[in-house]
Design a protein around this ligand. Structure first.
Ligand SMILES: O=P(O)(O)O[C@@H]1C[C@H](O)[C@@H](CO)O1
Ligand code: HPA
Length: 271
C-alpha cells in the first residue's frame, strides 16, 4: 500500500503546485463548498492513479485544490462509503494520500440523522466524539510503521484545538451550532426505530454512514480532525416520517450556505 500511496502523491505533486495543509471532506449535499474555493484545480477521481471512484448520488467524485481567503485547501467532493462495496482500506485511501501530501488538519463533514431530541433538520453539529458501529476497523491487517503505530490512541479523535477554534469562530459570527457524538454504521439501509433507541442509550446524538473510518485513519496518521454533521432528518422513530436519500440531500443543500460560511471562517483562521 505504501508504494501505491506514494505513486498517487507523485501524480498529484506533478499536477498541482499548491501544497495545502488543510483538507476538507464534503458530505452528501455539502459539495457547494467548492464554490467558495478560488484558483481551483479540479482532478476527477478516475484520473488519479489508485483512487477509488464514488458511486453515490450527491457525491461528484473529484479532488479540488485551491484557496479559501488565501489559505490553500484540498477538498474531496465525493467520498467513499463502506456500503458501496469498497474495502475499508479503499474507503480511507485518500487520507493516506493526504498525509503524504502534507495535510495537517482535516475537516470532515456529513449528512446525519438526529438522535438528540434538541436537534432539528438543519442543525449543524460539531462532532466531539464518535462511536464506531461499522463492526470493523480500517486499521485491521498488518501494520506498516511508516504510517503509524499498531495501537493508535483515540482519546482526542476530534482535535480539542480545532473544536475550540470552530466554536470561537461561530460565536464571533453569530453562527448557531450544537455539539455531540456521531455514531457511524455501515448502512445502506436507514436504521430501525429499535436501533435508534439503542443508539440513543449508547450516547449517540447523530447517526450516519461515513466519517468514522476517515477519522480513525487520520488520527493514526497524525492528522488533526474537525468534524461537522449536518442534521438532515430526525432519526427513525424520533420523527415518524420515512427517509429518502433525496430528502437528505435536499436538506443538506438547503443548510449548505450556513455550513459553507462556517467552514470558510474556520479555514481562514488556519493560515
Ligand atoms: O457521505 P455522508 O455521510 O454525508 O452521506 C450520508 C450517509 C449516506 O451516505 C447517505 C444517506 O442518505 O447520506
Ligand atoms: O437517518 C440517517 N441515518 C443514517 N445516515 C443518515 N444520513 C443522513 N440521515 C441519516
Amino acid at each position: 500500500m505504501y508504494n501505491k500511496v506514494m505513486e498517487t502523491v507523485e501524480f498529484l505533486n506533478e499536477r498541482v503546485e499548491m501544497r495545502p495543509k488543510v483538507a476538507i471532506i464534503l458530505g452528501s449535499g455539502l459539495g457547494d463548498l467548492v464554490d467558495y474555493i478560488e484558483e481551483k484545480i479540479e482532478i476527477p477521481y478516475e484520473e488519479i492513479p489508485n483512487f477509488p471512484v464514488s458511486t453515490v448520488a450527491g457525491h461528484a467524485g473529484k479532488l479540488v485544490f485551491g484557496k479559501i481567503n488565501g489559505v490553500e485547501v484540498l477538498a474531496m467532493k465525493g467520498r467513499f462509503h463502506y456500503y458501496e462495496g469498497y474495502e475499508m482500506k479503499q474507503v480511507t485511501y485518500p487520507i493516506y494520500v493526504m498525509k503524504q501530501f502534507g495535510i495537517e488538519n482535516m475537516i470532515v463533514s456529513n449528512a446525519a440523522g438526529g438522535i438528540n431530541k434538541n436537534f432539528k433538520p438543519g442543525t449543524l453539529m460539531l462532532i466531539t466524539d464518535f462511536i464506531n458501529m461499522f463492526g470493523t476497523n480500517p486499521l485491521i491487517g498488518k501494520n506498516d510503521e511508516r504510517f503509524g503505530v499498531r495501537f493508535p490512541d483515540m482519546s482526542e479523535a476530534y482535535s480539542k484545538e480545532l473544536i475550540s477554534l470552530a466554536k470561537k469562530v461561530a460565536e464571533k459570527n453569530n453562527e448557531k451550532y450544537e455539539e455531540g457524538t456521531y455514531l457511524g454504521t455501515t448502512g445502506p439501509s436507514y436504521e430501525t426505530a429499535a436501533e435508534i433507541k439503542m443508539m440513543s442509550i449508547m450516547g449517540a446524538d447523530a447517526v450516519g454512514m461515513s466519517t468514522v473510518p476517515e477519522t480513525i485513519v487520520a488520527n493514526y496518521l497524525g492528522i488533526k480532525v474537525l468534524g461537522i454533521s449536518c442534521i438532515t432528518n430526525m432519526a427513525t422513530g424520533i420523527a415518524q416520517t420515512a427517509h429518502s436519500h433525496e430528502a437528505v440531500v435536499d436538506i443538506a443543500v438547503k443548510t449548505g450556505e450556513r455550513f459553507c460560511k462556517w467552514v470558510v471562517d474556520i479555514v481562514s483562521e488556519l493560515k
